[in-house]
Design a protein around this ligand. Structure first.
Ligand SMILES: [Zn+2]
Length: 321
């Protein structure tokens, strides 16, 4: 070796010693309706920090309640907003019940919500923004849980739980509480009047894992300036989970604009397609999922249920993609 090679080798060695954490990965496992597919109701993702902390994002309807064997230990539950397909107003009997096209959502989770039922069983913390924490605290208390397990992370600040820094960011959406989650005479009166409960604005999240990976979870949202000003310019998100189902949130072309021009992550996982996104694990031709995949300039990875993907600190997929 000549002198410069030695210096380069020494440099690489000391970098590896100084930043072993950067080589660690965050594991992302979708808990969808059918193993190996991307189905209409799929929202739920489990993020596992290198330190073992496990986070369930938007349980929705495809996590088969608290007894779903795929859950394992759940330390933290994130709920972007109160709509039934995110907080979970109903769910399947077991993973893989029903079909991708016609999912089984036959088990009701009202008035508790699936998020609360899972939190009670797993003794998880529920970390939400806006004015959602008092709702979850009241549900936990009413069911014998600890209301202190409902934790606030309102816009602009962050909380660190299990070594993961959690911040909420704005989402351009609505966030009404279905009267079915309220129940009783009040719930009935609200239902008859056609109004929902108010727990403030819908949210997205930015998570910073212990290996340094920063992840943006869009929640249901339209295009908004904060995606550049806050999520990119301040947090520097390297992996994005982008809702792209159209009608209720950005569609494939709007979602691709958000990724290409505003958030600019290294990788993206499309979510919330509200369609049969894959058949036999392959993107369905003519689907919104295909349109999104074609429109984004960065690598996009389909969240196939049960298939774990691993991402390093730079947002690069290092396994399972
Ligand atoms: Zn929604």
């Amino acid at each position: 070796m000549n002198r410069s090679t030695w210096i380069a080798a020494l440099g690489a060695f000391s970098t590896a010693l100084a930043f072993p954490v950067l080589a660690q990965t965050v594991k992302v496992t979708p808990l969808g309706g059918i193993d190996g597919e991307f189905c209409p109701q799929d929202r739920a993702l489990i993020f596992e920090d290198p330190n073992g902390t496990r986070i369930l994002y938007d349980p929705g309807r495809t996590v088969a309640g608290a007894s779903d064997p795929r859950l394992g230990k759940i330390d933290i539950i994130l709920v972007s907003h109160m709509h039934g397909d995110h907080v979970g107003n109903a769910h399947n009997k077991a993973p893989n019940s029903g079909t991708c096209e016609k999912p089984d959502v036959s088990v009701s989770a009202v008035p508790n919500t699936s998020a609360v039922n899972i939190a009670l069983a797993k003794k998880s913390k529920i970390v939400t923004g806006s004015e959602m924490p008092p709702f979850f605290a009241a549900k936990l208390k009413a069911n014998g849980g600890d209301p202190a397990n409902s934790i606030l992370a309102r816009f602009g600040g962050s909380v660190t739980v299990g070594g993961v820094r959690i911040a909420t960011v704005t989402a351009l959406h609505s966030n009404g509480v279905d009267p079915d989650f309220i129940g009783g005479d009040l719930g009935k009166a609200m239902k008859d009047a056609g109004i929902a409960g108010d727990v403030g604005l819908a949210t997205g999240y930015v998570l910073r894992f212990s290996n340094g990976l920063v992840v943006y979870l869009s929640g249901d949202t339209g295009i908004l300036a904060d995606q550049e000003l806050v999520v990119q310019n301040y947090y520097h998100a390297k992996l994005a989970v982008m809702n792209m189902g159209d009608g209720f949130s950005t569609g494939p072309s709007e979602a691709a604009y958000v990724i290409n021009e505003l958030v600019k992550p290294a990788s993206v996982i499309p979510s919330h397609a509200n369609e049969v996104g894959t058949v036999g694990g392959k993107v369905r031709p003519g689907s919104k999922t295909e349109a999104f995949m074609k429109a984004v300039k960065v690598p996009a990875y389909i969240p196939l249920s049960g298939k774990t993907m691993e991402f390093d600190a730079a947002g690069k997929c290092t396994g399972g993609c």
